[in-house]
Design a protein around this ligand. Structure first.
Ligand SMILES: Cc1cc2nc3c(=O)[nH]c(=O)nc-3n(C[C@H](O)[C@H](O)[C@H](O)COP(=O)(O)OP(=O)(O)OC[C@H]3O[C@@H](n4cnc5c(N)ncnc54)[C@H](O)[C@@H]3O)c2cc1C
Length: 448
């Protein structure tokens, strides 16, 4: 529904009989796609990889979240892209494709944020160049079975869909997090469009109305901006104060091994505490947002309440009265709104149904809500030297706090590729081959 016309349609294959491949990836979202691109770059033929997915395009699932909140620009910067190498960044690509130096200049000061369209065109090109469609096996996977040298993959009819030597789980986020107060109201008002999660809210805001927005992350801030731009009033509710000064979704240090190293080398309890702090909701200090939010606060169009929405009542005037327990827990306050939006993101990645099934079936260790992965992103209990099971995407957060970002998934994809196909060689011939593959990709040619 939210797909762009610029998103190419992929003709996939549905498997009549189980496919037998060297590498299987379950989940064809952006993390699965990054894994695929890196493996192709490292010389693995498309015919050796199967991507088992319910999505026909890598950006399909992601766009289903981006479109309802009307996000136009990426939070991430020039370096966050799907080329298998760090260079060139998207600002450099725009220099050549749009003949404009502005993105490059802005990227020197971390001020360049590609548009969603730019990212989509970039992904579309790589889908074509890497032969992604030929590896795609459409369908929902409901369980796996670990054998001594292979992993068997079953669909929701318990039909065997694939047998693979190595498996990468790229199943995406946990369930959408709907606070109980929102779920209760929706249950008692099944036809309501006034109380919704942001990822399901598609109506435009109306001038003169009031919207209550729960949450403290990028989605919440995007909804504030949408509502204020439409001349609606905003009541922002969040248990903790809003942190605006963080450009990326986790602090920048987690995007390098030097930054991840101290995080990993501490007691599990301290690591868990650091992970929670790293992943807390924040939003970037865009200049136009700072100005908009400051002005709206001073003229009363934006009111920020630190607290938790406890209940929602219908009023005689046909709007909603939210009862909010203030964070100090000493008092409650009431606020009236026409619409209530929960910009509350996702539950823990381990609530993903397939991941949850695998965790239960193999009794995999958890630390708090996290799957206790090895630092090389493999699941020790399911891996053998010649047959690994790895994880990429938000479920890898125990090993890398920025797991749910383009930068994070690229780090994970390279590490898993090293484990699966071996470390990159420094032999001149190997480097030359890799350089040729890089040139092929950068020049937009077909990777063989
Ligand atoms: C609104 C929003 C904005 C964002 N902006 C940025 C940004 O600016 N920069 C940035 O770096 N990151 C951003 N992110 C983070 C981004 O979501 C992640 O980096 C990335 O999309 C996660 O990809 P994924 O493949 O793990 O998950 P998804 O994209 O959700 O894909 C998961 C895939 O797995 C498939 N799947 C799941 N279970 C099964 C199953 N059982 N069988 C078969 N297939 C299955 C799904 O169909 C889907 O195709 C943003 C996220 C959101 C929600």
């Amino acid at each position: 529904m939210y797909l762009l016309s610029s998103m190419n349609t992929i003709t996939n294959q549905t498997s009549a009989k189980p496919v037998q491949r060297r590498i299987g990836i379950i989940g064809g979202g952006l993390a699965g796609f990054m894994m695929y691109v890196v493996l192709r770059f490292r010389g693995v033929p498309a015919a050796d990889i199967a991507v088992f997915s319910t999505s026909t395009h890598p950006a399909e699932e992601w766009l289903s979240f981006v479109r309802p909140i009307n996000q136009r620009h990426m939070r991430s910067e020039s370096a966050a892209h799907f080329f298998p190498t760090d260079s060139p960044g998207l600002a450099t690509v725009e220099l050549f494709t749009k003949h404009s130096i502005k993105p490059l200049l802005m990227s020197w000061f971390d001020l360049y944020h590609p548009t969603v369209e730019t990212i989509l065109q970039h992904i579309n090109a790589l889908v074509e160049q890497t032969g992604y469609a030929s590896s795609l096996v459409l369908g929902k996977i409901s369980r796996i079975e670990r054998y001594s040298h292979t992993v068997h993959i079953y669909d929701s009819n318990d039909q065997l869909q694939g047998v693979v030597d190595h498996l990468v789980l790229a199943v995406g986020h946990g369930k959408i997090s709907i606070p109980p107060v929102i779920a209760d109201y929706q249950q008692s008002h099944p036809n309501t469009t006034s109380v919704q999660h942001s990822f399901f809210h598609t109506q435009e805001y109306t001038a003169g109305t009031t919207v209550m927005i729960l949450g403290n992350g990028l989605t919440a801030a995007t909804e504030w901006a949408n509502a204020l731009a439409a001349d609606a009033k905003v009541i922002a509710v969040c248990p903790m104060s809003f942190t605006m000064e963080q450009p990326l979704n986790t602090p920048r240090r987690y995007f390098s091994l030097r930054g991840i190293f101290p995080y990993r080398h501490q007691a599990a309890r301290d690591r868990l505490r650091e992970l929670a702090a790293a992943k807390r909701g924040t939003f970037p200090p865009y200049r136009h947002w700072k100005k908009m939010f400051a002005e709206a606060q001073s003229n009363g169009q934006l009111r920020i309440i630190e607290g938790v929405l406890e209940s929602i009542e219908d009023t005689a005037a046909a709007n909603l009265r939210g009862i909010i327990r203030l964070t100090d827990k000493q008092a409650v306050t009431a606020a009236t709104a026409d619409t209530i939006i929960a910009a509350t993101g996702f539950a823990a990645p381990t609530t993903n149904p397939l991941l949850n099934t695998i965790i239960t079936q193999y009794n995999l260790p958890l630390v708090g809500p996290c799957l206790a992965l090895e630092d090389d992103y493999t699941i020790a209990a399911l891996s053998y030297p010649d047959s690994l099971v790895g994880v990429i995407g938000s479920a890898a957060d125990w090993a890398i706090p920025c797991a749910d970002s383009f930068g994070g998934i690229k780090i994970v994809a390279h590490t898993l590729a090293n484990r699966i196909v071996g470390e990159e060689s420094w032999h001149p011939q190997a480097l030359f081959t890799l350089f040729q593959r890089w040139l092929t990709i950068i020049r937009g040619k077909q990777l063989v």
